[in-house]
Design a protein. Structure first.
Length: 632
């Protein structure tokens, strides 16, 4: 664009329309005020402007002539931007860094609320419609671009008509520089990504939401809880509740999968009532497995936990009242295990301990939420290591110890076989610390069968057919058809072994006595005898005792150890008298002093067992004891 000035001094002015002054050729500034303008005939493509010179009180007439090529270029600029918008569905902008003007295509009017429908604005107009929280980020990105640090890319919120914010993605770069490399123009495009982000968010929710119950799934739970644990302050802690439905498979089998699905949806909705904060999350981890993450203020820990446990009890009760729980439905329950611990605990660790608490709740058939305690973790560690050992050769991890049983002359006449477990650290673990775990895991019959194999092998190897050996048996062994079949097959292979005994406790009286009696009869046919252990400590009756083929009673060590008390002496005398009347032999357990031995032996007890004679010993030491006895 060429500008000429007509006046008496014939000064030529470089003129900028956007500024209220102009500079004379010699560098002087002239303030002006537009007076009038007049378009010349079309051929000249010029315009006369009359301005008032405010400094010298004179009129200045400007004749603005346009080069035809320049005019064509300027007039086609907006058309080009419109074409770009139609082609790429973006709002294109062109920023002139010299005069600050930003040109837009017509689609720009879809964004900005401009009553004059102008397509040229300033940078201030552009910045004013950017969300205040995003504005500095956008400015920094543009400044880096102008400073020749490469194209800029921004995602921010922009205000549209009606003060509504949309999410846009803005990209731009310098497209024109002067001879010195100074940027002159920046061109870019804005894309409305609001709908796209909403769709992505919807898809994300679908990806992270359990389609059946509507609660979140495992993936979302891990992502969100992990993030919140990392970002949470030290005064915030997280409790994890692990939950599942006992006997859920039976519900599906009896009532169909639709009924099972309805129950799961009900459980999910019930667990949602535990959530109190926006951070709290309920997720479905498996078929009938749910996990809840609850975030609490540390200074209100006790209050929140008490409230959570109370609410969980209500949930358990509601599940019990669910429509399926009728006399015709399986016995199903919602079990809950809770862990609340240190803020630095990892998510995996929290889930692990909550699962341990849940396992304990299921084991106890607990009617309410069970909170994790340290001893539960110790038992779980034992359980996990036992599982590892059971997958390998049992002889590498289990050892048969023998505690001698002597007659009235203190000659060894047999022994009680006691199991020992060598853990990963090489330590020998007594049965009191792992037998219950084996029982819970339903692996005790498998280990007991191995113990029978080991004892029979020792009997044949050392020719101990004159000795009697007993092994402890729980009621679960009799109902384990695999164990019973394997044991009878083993006994059939060694008919020469005739002095094996099974020690049972009075708890067998609370089982199906008729079924157990039938199994005992089958074992008697294979030369097995039965001894009733810990007699006098339970609730068995003489009637029950008569129903079972018992040949021996073992007087519990609790009576023997307190033999100085008259009441305990009376019990021992009563047991011995009853046993003799029933033609049963007796073994007194827990003999540790000569006085105990002398007193009970005088009452006619036939056999004795205890530390007074020997502690439980491994195979080689028991062999030595037998050999020494033979030599003497």
């Amino acid at each position: 664009m060429m500008l000429c000035i007509t006046q008496s001094v014939q000064d030529e002015i470089v003129f900028a329309i956007s500024k209220p002054n102009c500079r004379l050729r010699e560098g002087k500034m002239m303030e002006y005020q537009k007076k009038k303008n007049k378009l010349r005939p079309p051929r000249r493509r010029a315009m006369d402007l009359t301005l008032d010179d405010l400094n010298n009180q004179r009129h200045v007439t400007l004749t603005t002539e346009f080069d035809s090529d320049t005019l064509a270029k300027e007039s086609s600029s907006i058309q080009h931007l419109d074409f770009s918008k139609n082609a790429i569905n973006e709002w294109v902008w062109d920023w002139n860094l010299q005069n600050g003007a930003i040109k837009h295509n017509k689609k720009w009017l879809e964004i900005i609320d401009d009553k004059d429908h102008r397509l040229i604005h300033t940078i201030e107009t552009y910045l004013n419609i950017i969300h205040p929280d995003d504005r500095n980020t956008v400015i920094s990105a543009i400044e880096r671009c102008i400073a020749d640090e490469g194209p800029f890319h921004c995602q921010y919120r922009m205000k549209t008509r009606g003060n509504q914010f949309i999410l846009v993605r803005d990209s731009g770069d310098v497209v024109e520089r002067d001879s010195d490399g100074k940027p002159l123009r920046v061109v870019g495009a804005i894309l409305n990504i609001t709908e796209q982000i909403e769709q992505e968010r919807t898809l994300r929710m679908l990806a992270f939401q359990d389609s059946l119950t509507g609660v979140f799934n495992r993936g979302y739970f891990y992502e969100q809880v992990q993030q919140r644990l990392e970002q949470s302050e030290s005064n915030l802690y997280c409790a994890i509740i692990s939950a599942d439905v006992d006997n859920f498979k039976l519900i599906n089998d009896r009532f169909g999968h639709q009924s099972g699905d309805n129950l799961l949806c009900f459980v999910g909705q019930q667990l949602l009532t535990l959530t109190q904060r926006a951070e709290d999350i309920v997720a479905r981890f498996g078929a009938d497995e749910f996990v809840v993450a609850l975030f609490f203020d540390r200074d209100k820990q006790s209050e929140h936990l008490t409230s959570t446990i109370a609410m969980s009890e209500t949930i358990v009760a509601n599940i019990q009242d669910y429509g399926l729980n009728t006399h015709a439905s399986p016995d199903f329950h919602l079990r809950l295990g809770l862990y609340h611990g240190k803020i630095e605990d990892s998510l995996e660790f929290r889930l692990h301990l909550a699962d341990i608490a849940l396992s304990h709740a299921k084991r106890l058939n607990a009617p309410n939420c069970v909170c994790y305690q340290e001893w539960m973790g110790e038992r779980f560690a034992i359980r996990r290591e036992l599982m590892r050992c059971l997958e390998q050769d049992l002889s590498e991890h289990f050892i048969a110890y023998i505690q001698p049983i002597v007659d009235q002359k203190q000659n060894i006449v047999g022994g009680e076989i006691l199991l020992r477990w060598r853990n990963q650290a090489g330590e020998l673990v007594p049965p009191i610390k792992f037998i219950d775990e084996l029982e819970t895991m339903r692996k005790l019959p498998m280990v007991t069968y191995w113990l029978f194999q080991r004892v029979i092998s020792m009997i044949n190897q050392y020719q101990w057919h004159h000795l009697s050996f007993s092994i402890n048996i729980s009621p679960s062994h009799f109902s384990n058809t695999t164990f019973m079949a394997q044991l009878m097959s083993l006994l059939a292979q060694y008919p020469e072994v005739k002095n094996l005994k099974m020690e049972i406790t009075e708890t067998v009286m609370f089982e199906d006595v008729a079924a157990i009696r039938a199994s005992m009869d089958d074992l008697i046919d294979h030369k097995i005898q039965f001894s009733l252990d810990d007699f006098g400590t339970g609730f068995s009756s003489i009637d029950h005792l008569l129903q079972l083929p018992i040949t021996e009673l073992k007087i519990d060590k609790s009576f023997v150890g307190n033999i100085e008390h008259e009441q305990n002496r009376s019990v021992i005398e009563l047991i011995l008298a009853m046993a003799h009347n029933m033609k049963l032999s007796c073994v007194a357990e827990g003999i540790e002093q000569a006085e105990q031995l002398d007193y009970i032996r005088a009452l006619g007890c036939e056999k004795f067992q205890g530390y007074y004679f020997s502690r439980p010993v491994p195979e080689d030491e028991f062999v030595a004891l037998i050999n020494n006895q033979l030599l003497s």
